[in-house]
Design a binder for this molecule. Structure first.
Ligand code: KG4
Ligand code: ZN
Length: 335
């Protein structure tokens, strides 16, 4: 079965074609114009998606040697995300589905991040414990089966990706902050400064990252910009270490309490090199299996949307043509 995947929930226009779980093509066009604003400007995001989506779809079909007639289903992100951005992808998918008479498959973006693991690990088995860490979400989810989710922990304020992005803004490093901090941290000492590791009282499985962001803001104010520039690599390494430490510790804690032996990581923050290596060691120490997607499937991409769409089609869970975009769609109220 061939699935066309369409992703436009934030600042990446992405189109993919999947053939039975094999990615034939996964095109991602990142909107660089937001960099100058230090974050995503929703109106510009929608306009960029509109400018890119048709050409990218044609290119994806050509590169995968398919025509729309060869496609068995059209999978598209319907939420969560920016309303205007989601609407561009969803309206385009509906039009294509109507014109070509192919089933429409509305996909939850967060579920897509989790399912991305099956692209690299088709033999991955349920159940597993998943840490989802992206720019908008930080959650620990027990995944019993496809679409059977139990949320065991979440951030009570900022998401882990946001914590990276906000620190990068404070340090004048640009947007998105995660990849830049990851890069700079490689040359720095994680023990240079001890940033706080917030633990929510009596709830080891919840996260809080807003205090961390405030702490780097006050530190830079106190020591001065010149000092921060001199110690940039060390600051990045120390700040990153605090986020990695909390993510790994809470996830392992929950896994031990639930007696979960299989860990799965998902979302843009999982592209972080330090997070991947610390998690691997922690899983080994605790005798747990660990899975994470290859780098290209960690951050936003349409292959993960197509992969989720394929599962929906296999289960005959196609969407009606009047589904709406849902900016705050949650994992547990998927339908
Ligand atoms: O999953 P994603 O692409 O989009 C959302 O669904 O939010 O995640 C984007 C987030 C951004 O906050 C970005 O800074 C972060 O993932 N990110 C990283 C890295 N690459 C992307 N954070 C840390 N290290 C990275 N290498
Ligand atoms: Zn995402």
């Amino acid at each position: 079965m061939k699935i066309l995947g369409i992703e436009t929930s934030c600042d990446e226009t992405s189109i993919a074609v999947l053939n039975d779980g094999n990615v034939l093509v996964n095109l991602v066009s990142s909107q660089l114009l937001h960099h100058q604003y230090g974050g995503v400007v929703p109106e510009y995001a929608s306009r960029e998606h509109m400018r890119m989506i048709e050409g990218l779809t044609i290119e994806a079909l050509e590169r995968s040697d398919c025509s729309i007639d060869d496609i068995d289903g059209i999978a598209v992100t319907r939420g969560p995300g920016l309303m205007g951005a989601l609407l561009v992808g969803l309206s385009f998918a509906k039009g294509l589905s109507y014109a070509s008479n192919k089933p429409l498959l509305g996909v939850n973006h967060v579920e897509g991040h989790i399912m991305a693991n099956f692209l690299d690990h088709p033999d991955l088995e349920y159940p597993f414990l998943c840490l989802l860490a992206s720019g908008g979400h930080t959650q620990i989810v027990y995944v019993k089966d496809f679409r059977k989710y139990e949320i065991l922990g979440r951030s009570v304020d900022d998401a882990a990706g946001e914590a990276f992005d906000k620190a990068a803004r404070i340090l004048n490093l640009g947007y998105p902050g995660g990849p830049i901090i990851d890069q700079m941290a490689r040359e720095g000492a994680p023990t240079f400064y001890h940033f706080p590791r917030a633990r929510i009282k009596n709830e080891a499985s919840n996260f809080s990252f807003s205090g961390l962001k405030t702490s780097i803001l006050y530190l830079v104010r106190k020591e001065g910009k010149k000092w921060a520039e001199i110690h940039l690599n060390d600051l990045c390494a120390s700040y990153q270490e605090s986020i990695v430490d909390v993510l790994v510790r809470n996830t392992i804690d929950v896994a031990l309490r639930r007696n979960a032996r299989r860990l799965v990581l998902a979302g843009g923050v999982v592209a972080n090199s330090r997070l991947r290596s610390v998690f691997k060691k922690a899983a080994e120490r605790n005798d747990m299996e660990i899975y994470f997607p290859s780098l290209e499937y960690c951050t936003d991409n349409a292959a993960m949307i197509a992969c989720t769409g394929l599962e929906l089609l296999r289960r005959n869970q196609c969407s009606s043509s009047d589904i709406s975009a849902i900016p705050n769609l949650s994992l547990v109220s998927n339908n």
